[in-house]
Design a protein around this ligand. Structure first.
Ligand code: ADP
Ligand code: MG
Length: 293
């Protein structure tokens, strides 16, 4: 082995905005054949925006926004930040939270203004035996077909509103996916989001294999199942939720814009948050190893 070639490789990586934990990481990239991409923050910007509010006939937009906005101020999720911002812009000051709890992978629950409030996926409400009235269900389905996320608001055991939140696909994601295919890699989309949203985003960037509605603790199992079938997996993610999967993957790549936990669990960090850097990183490692051998 020639340490010089390894150092050249890592130095070139730094120029491309790819930080490599150690030269030995390059070796793990050699056999990678599958790239698992987390959706939010990797394929999309993760900077979400509140687009619209849909209520039941007796419901009011401002009430739903006030309750949801207040409760979501306890959460760090990109969806939560979009709802807090959107609610504050539309209704002004938000009521105080009396009680708050995170329901991992589903949403948030708590007490606001004396009301029991749930904000999150349809499944979060279903768990509590709350059904969605037809107009809200329709609003949620339409949003999801467009690739947006439908967030349901329930007050005291009844569904009150659907908030439509949308994320933006990064302008370079489709190009990154094409680059992966050119290197003979199979791209796979992994997300906790529902299947309709996931497939809409996947189609837009050219990904065929989709794992959707995956609970945070199950992301690592998806990586494991691909490995069990003989796949050698590079995992790309940015969130706290992605840390176990990044560590389990044969190669973990963290978006530099992501959380410290994700960066800690990874082998490579992509400084710019541009998914094309995944392609650069794998190409660079292969080329560097070819020089060494
Ligand atoms: P992802 O990073 O792919 O969005 P998460 O596990 O963080 O996966 O979340 C899964 C889904 O749960 C989200 O797409 C959203 O529908 C819902 N969710 C999670 N947290 C919240 C929250 N604070 N408010 C509303 N919905 C949420
Ligand atoms: Mg995430």
């Amino acid at each position: 082995a020639t340490p010089t070639a390894l150092l050249v490789g890592t130095g070139r990586g730094a120029q491309l905005g790819i930080l490599i934990k150690g030269p030995e990481v390059l070796e793990s990239t050699r056999r990678v054949d599958t790239v698992v991409l987390d959706k939010t923050g990797t394929i999309t910007t993760g900077e979400m925006e509140l687009l619209s509010v849909h209520t039941t006939e007796d419901g009011s937009d401002s009430e739903a926004l006030a309750l949801a906005g207040a409760l979501e101020s306890g959460s760090e999720h990109p969806i939560a930040r979009a709802i807090v911002r959107g609610a504050a812009e539309r209704v002004g000051t938000l009521p105080p939270i009396e009680e708050f709890g995170n329901v991992e992978g589903l949403g948030v629950r708590g007490t606001v203004d004396g009301h029991n409030v749930l904000v999150g996926r349809t499944r979060l409400l279903e768990q509590q035996g709350i059904t969605l009235p037809a107009p809200l269900l329709e609003a949620a389905r339409t949003a999801e077909r467009d690739g947006s996320t439908a967030v349901v608001v329930a007050r005291d055991g009844a569904a009150r509103a659907v908030l439509v939140v949308a994320d933006t696909v990064k302008p370079t994601s489709a190009q990154a996916v094409r680059g992966m295919r050119e290197l003979g890699l199979t791209p796979v989309l992994l997300t906790g989001d529902n299947d309709t949203v996931a497939r809409s985003i996947a189609t837009r960037v050219g990904i065929e294999q989709v794992w959707s509605e995956v609970m945070p603790e199950d992301k690592v199992d998806v990586v494991g199942r691909i490995q069990d079938r003989g796949g050698v997996v590079a995992m790309v993610g940015d969130g706290v939720n992605d840390a176990a999967a990044l560590a389990r993957a044969d190669l973990g790549l963290a978006m530099g814009t992501g959380t410290d936990v994700a960066i800690e669990a990874s082998d490579l960090m992509l400084v710019r948050g541009d998914p094309r850097a995944v392609v650069d990183a794998i190409r660079l490692s292969r080329r560097t190893l070819r020089i060494i051998k």
